[in-house]
Design a protein around this ligand. Sequence first.
Ligand code: FES
Length: 102
Amino acid sequence: MAELICIGSLRDMPGEDEAREFIVAGRVICVANVGGRLRALDNVCLHRGGPLGQGVISAGKVVCPWHGWEFDANTGAAMQNPSACVAVYPIRIEGEEVLVEI
Ligand code: FES
């Protein structure tokens, strides 16, 4: 069953077009700020397990820091392999708190 978990306040979130790792419910997720909109994805790149939360944002995509695979921040789809998709988690903002549905 999905659970809403607070991952911090708005001021803890990555700046525009940056990504950052957060630990939520015992797992690491990638929170990306894509053009001012926060998105949460699984942190593990489907290529060889790189940490997406240590990557960068380019043209609206989360770019893995290891070999450059790109993931659509809205759908989790990998540009290099259309059948590969990382999990995307809904984000909700309540006041100053950022909540992720895991
Ligand atoms: S591990 Fe992410 S691109 Fe290779």
